[in-house]
Design a protein around this ligand. Structure first.
Ligand code: NAD
Length: 322
């Protein structure tokens, strides 16, 4: 069965051709999402090896989704067929109606790519960045079409996490925001419009606050990293997937929250510098699974088990939401 995308448009031109720039962890999953919903996608990276690896990964992801009945089996070959790849930026961007940039998190690189995209793409094309923390006004400095630039911030893995933060700069037009909102909705995402640009938007800001306090707890010897993970996973982490922090505390009552936090806040970490423990870990090569050593020691088997645990839970949530 062919999935026919709903048509969203910019300047009355239908959006049908998508370009994704950067085919790494996020880029391949974003390309997959658009192709799976019926859009034609062109995917760009600097090497053919990376593009081949992205295609293999997309096929594996689609097989996983089909074996869990989240997509239909015949969607796999159709989706793969809709994705073309190229190491030439021009070939990928010249006919695009909507571009998502997902290259390495590096401001000068993103600024350079947006400058090139602005020169290559047709005038109606919307340019979106999947940056984790940078603002669209920073990324778009070299482009003329500032009204057609915004961020679409996906969460990993993009094919299992529905939310996309949609961040506008003061120059982004309402039409660009509306067209992007419609497009993301048409591919089955849940867009959240962030009205005022700020570093880290909503999701990364909240995660940064949580991990800052988690590091402080470990550094001060209050609890080990294992205990922090145990507490979060088996307590408020469970609630947070079904109710947001404001909903949770509205149930508790703000009077109770005020009484509980008045003393506690004085003791929380509010440092604007990176925790020395984090710097120390990076300097000593304790990067986590990448170097097989972080707060935990990692074997290939343990890494696989953690990935499977996370994927299985996210798949179950995706099934429940169907
Ligand atoms: N990893 C996450 O969980 C996550 C979540 C949300 C957003 N992001 C953001 O998404 C972006 C990509 O992150 P990632 O995790 O996919 O990184 P990644 O390293 O897996 O992929 C980046 C890709 O960009 C390619 N690239 C580098 N320079 C390029 C260029 N000049 N032209 C074309 N391609 C180029 C690299 O070859 C690589 O394949 C970053 O801005 C990151 O902050 C990451």
């Amino acid at each position: 069965m062919t999935t026919v995308p709903q048509v969203s448009s910019i300047n009355s031109r239908p959006i049908s051709q998508i370009a994704v720039i950067g085919a790494g962890l996020m880029g391949h999953g974003i390309a997959q999402e658009f192709a799976s919903a019926g859009y034609r996608v062109r995917l760009h990276d600097v090497t053919n090896e990376q593009l081949e690896s992205a295609r293999t990964q997309i096929e594996q992801n689609l097989n996983l989704l089909a074996s869990n009945a989240i997509i239909q089996e015949d969607n796999i070959s159709q989706t793969l067929h809709r994705i073309q790849t190229s190491t030439e930026l021009e070939a990928v961007a010249e006919n695009a109606d909507f571009v998502v940039e997902a290259v390495t998190e590096n401001l000068p690189l993103k600024q350079q790519i947006f400058g090139k995209l602005d020169a290559i793409c047709p005038p109606h094309t919307i340019l979106a960045s999947n940056t984790t923390a940078l603002m669209p006004s920073q990324i778009g400095v070299n482009a003329e079409r500032k009204d057609q630039i915004l961020n679409t911030h996906y969460f990993n893995p993009p094919y299992l996490i529905p939310l996309v933060e949609l961040i506008r700069s003061p120059d982004t037009s309402d039409e660009t925001v509306e067209a992007t909102f419609e497009l993301l909705t048409a591919v089955g995402k849940t867009p959240a419009i962030i009205e005022k640009e700020a570093l880290g938007f909503v999701g990364p800001r909240l995660q940064a606050a949580l991990i800052r306090e988690a590091f402080a707890i470990v550094e001060q010897g209050i609890a080990s990293a294992e205990t922090v993970d145990l507490v979060v996973r088996n307590s408020f982490g469970r609630r947070l997937s079904v109710a947001g922090p404001f909903e949770v505390f509205e149930l508790a009552g703000w009077d109770l929250v005020l009484a509980a936090f008045e003393e506690l806040y004085k003791d929380l970490n509010s440092a604007s510098d990176i925790n020395p423990l984090l710097r120390q870990m990076v300097e000593s090569g304790k990067l986590g699974v990448k170097s097989k050593e972080g707060f935990y020691s990692w074997t290939d088997e343990k890494i696989q088990q953690l990935r499977e645990r996370m994927n299985n839970a996210l798949i179950q949530q995706a099934k429940d939401a169907k």
